[in-house]
Design a protein around this ligand. Structure first.
Ligand code: GLY
Length: 369
């Protein structure tokens, strides 16, 4: 078992522990009771996690029977404000108070919804994140972003609400279907690309074992991911500048994900977005090595798409890109690389403006990569 401390300077004296290991689920409630001995626990999970039997492993002991909310159907389709309202109403009806501790067991959608509910219920109660997918273990469970989609855009309503603790149990990844498992690994590739060339090499060298879900290798990935994420979030918890690097590949990624009506998974969309960012880097003269070939080879080995599917409309993708949260005024901003492990910085900014024409040309190429 390995523990990483995340210290968030915006909240004086606050830090939380990310515990990484295998077969942790059965001991988590006991561990959380050390922090909150008198709190009432409320579990938020989803139908897929329930089918996989994970809530039973969390509360194997009868005395730990939990009141819970099961998000159904699982996935992005339930990530709207009505789900958060329903959760808060149920807690309120059952006399949960400010001494509530929410346990979020599941993937990114569960974590985002549960974190949001925790941040507004009774003006804010603690949430413990227990991610069970490759996306949420690598990325969304650490760092305190919460939120839901509006009818217009992804994550339109949300808060920054840091978890009280995070437990990354890599054995839960065995319950994922192959497509979900592989797509989520793209967030690990993203971390390596923005911060750590040695991690990228480690991924290249261990791809077969990663795909075979070797738990000792998955724990190493979790340690790399959490260290990278924690280091960035500690410096810039509210995404004023540096934290934007965690959105590498996401400007085009979010656009194709929405344009596909979520037929493309988040990680698959980010894979396309990473290749798109690479094309822009190339056009701007930032590519002076063989990195595009290496990156595409890795994404292909993970079974990820590296071009925009032809059923998507270019104009819709461009419109969605222009709605990206990093856009400022009429400028569309991208996180770009100087090299593997190093993000390109301009005038102290980590997300830099890119001309609309150049984006259009790059999107044209990205349909035919
Ligand atoms: N997933 C990007 C971030 O947490 O900032």
């Amino acid at each position: 078992m390995m523990q990483i401390q995340v210290k968030i300077p915006a909240i004086a004296g606050t830090s939380y522990t990310v515990t990484i290991g295998t077969d942790l689920l059965g001991g988590i409630i006991e561990d959380v009771r050390q922090i909150y001995p008198r709190h009432r626990f409320f579990l938020i999970t989803d139908a897929n996690v329930l089918t996989a039997g994970l809530p039973g492993r969390l509360a194997a002991d009868k005395s730990d029977e939990l009141m819970s909310f099961i998000i159904e159907p699982a996935g992005e389709v339930s990530k709207h404000i009505a789900t958060v309202t329903a959760i808060c109403e149920i807690m309120d009806k059952n006399a949960f108070g400010r001494d509530t501790c929410i346990l979020a067991l599941g993937g990114g959608t569960v974590g985002d919804i549960a974190g949001f509910a925790a941040s507004i219920f009774k003006r804010g109660v603690p949430v413990v994140q227990i991610p069970t997918t490759t996306v949420s273990q690598a990325d969304s469970a650490v760092g305190g972003k919460t939120g839901v989609d509006s009818t217009i855009s992804k994550n339109a309503f949300g808060t920054f609400w840091q978890p009280a603790a995070v437990f990354v149990d890599v054995s839960t990844l065995k319950t994922l279907d192959e497509r979900q498992y592989r797509a989520g690994l793209v967030e690990s590739v993203k971390h390596a690309l923005i911060r750590d060339a040695k991690y990228f090499e480690y991924l290249e060298q261990n791809l077969d074992k990663i795909l075979a879900r070797d738990e000792s290798i998955l724990q190493k990935l979790a340690v790399y991911n959490c260290r990278i994420k924690a280091a960035v979030v500690e410096q810039d918890p509210k995404e004023a500048n540096l934290r934007r690097i965690l959105n590498y590949g996401h400007t085009i990624g979010h656009a194709v994900e929405s344009a596909s009506n979520f037929k493309l998974l988040h990680g698959e969309s980010v894979a396309i977005g990473i290749v798109g960012a690479g094309i822009i880097e190339d056009k701007l003269g930032l590519v002076k090595d063989d990195r595009l070939g290496r990156i595409k080879a890795m994404l292909e080995k993970l079974g990820q798409p590296t071009s925009i599917p032809l059923y998507l409309a270019k104009q819709q993708v461009l419109t969605l890109i222009s709605h990206d949260k990093k856009a400022a005024g009429n400028e569309i901003r991208f996180v770009l690389l100087d090299k593997i492990g190093q993000v390109h910085e301009e005038k102290g900014k980590w997300a830099v403006p890119v001309a609309t024409e150049l984006i259009g040309e790059s999107i044209d190429l990205l349909f035919h990569e």
